[in-house]
Design a protein around this ligand. Structure first.
Ligand code: KIV
Length: 269
């Protein structure tokens, strides 16, 4: 397996849009400088997802993430991955109307080097997305299963199971594209419907739990590297058994401390 820098090219909005039907995009989340640096020349985009509120803060959902918290982590990611195309998730409640959304996005652009923001919502958020893109904010959409709607929807529900929902999702994608988004995350959608969504728009559809026929994939780093032990969603593939490896390493450290094999003569001053 080749490891790094095989076909890395620094991404920008035009390259991302041009990749449609040419190259599958690989997107991964990161929340800190250390991991962002590891991912930067492999992934096409890094998303500072508000999922950090769950995996980093240990909260049950993303809803309590704050703008301050997202800006802090985005700065960490941008510090670690200076060449990456970085997207920041706008947290719950920070884009409730056009003015609030623009004010908060301007704050994000002032305080971070993020390239773009991500907004959850379809047709219902199109006017807000339009207002942002008309004011020079680059927006990635997010439709389908939207984690910020977990309380209002009564859980995380797979979308696209009925004809009506399929048609709604296609309308959502078209509305978000028309509003000027450069790409859309489609989460937790039946794979045949995600394929139709991808065919209905000219911007890349980045799937998560949406099958193989999208224009790219996004995964949460702590899920795909096996660090998040609470549960494994069906769509996640573990590329590393992170939790097991870490525990083994820390156990070895403890045992070395206890039997005084650490530090050795070479490890002292
Ligand atoms: O918050 C996040 O990490 C996300 C991804 C699941 C797409 O929105």
């Amino acid at each position: 397996m080749s490891i790094i820098k095989n076909d890395f090219e620094k991404m920008n909005i035009s390259r991302i849009k041009d990749s449609k039907n040419k190259k599958k995009l690989t997107v991964i989340t990161a929340y800190d400088a250390l991991f962002a640096k590891l991912f930067e020349e492999i992934a096409d985009m890094i998303l500072v997802g508000d999922s950090l509120n769950m995996s980093f803060m240990g909260k049950p959902d993303t809803l309590s993430a704050t703008l301050e918290q997202m800006i802090y982590h985005t700065n960490a990611v941008c510090n670690g991955a200076k060449n990456a195309f970085v997207i920041i998730d706008m947290p719950f409640g920070t884009y409730i109307n056009k003015d609030v959304a623009l004010k908060n996005c301007v704050e994000v652009y002032r305080q971070t080097n993020a390239n773009a923001v991500k907004i959850e919502g379809g047709e219902d958020k199109a006017d807000i997305i339009k207002h942002l893109t008309s004011n020079a904010v680059a927006v990635m959409g997010h439709i389908g299963l939207m984690p910020q709607y977990v309380r209002s929807e009564g859980g995380y529900k797979v979308r696209g199971k009925t004809k009506e929902d399929e048609e709604q999702l296609i309308r959502d994608a078209i509305a978000v594209e028309k509003a000027g988004a450069f790409a859309i995350v489609v989460e937790g959608v039946k794979s045949d419907v995600a394929k139709k969504i991808s065919q209905a728009v000219n911007i890349p559809i980045i799937g998560i739990g949406a099958g193989v026929d999208t224009d790219g994939q996004v995964l949460v780093w702590s899920d795909m590297l096996g660090f998040f032990e609470e549960f494994k969603p069906k769509f996640v593939r573990h590329y590393l058994d992170g939790a097991k490896l870490i525990k083994e390493a820390v156990n070895q450290y403890r045992s070395d401390v206890q039997d005084k094999s650490f530090p050795s003569k070479q490890e002292e001053y």
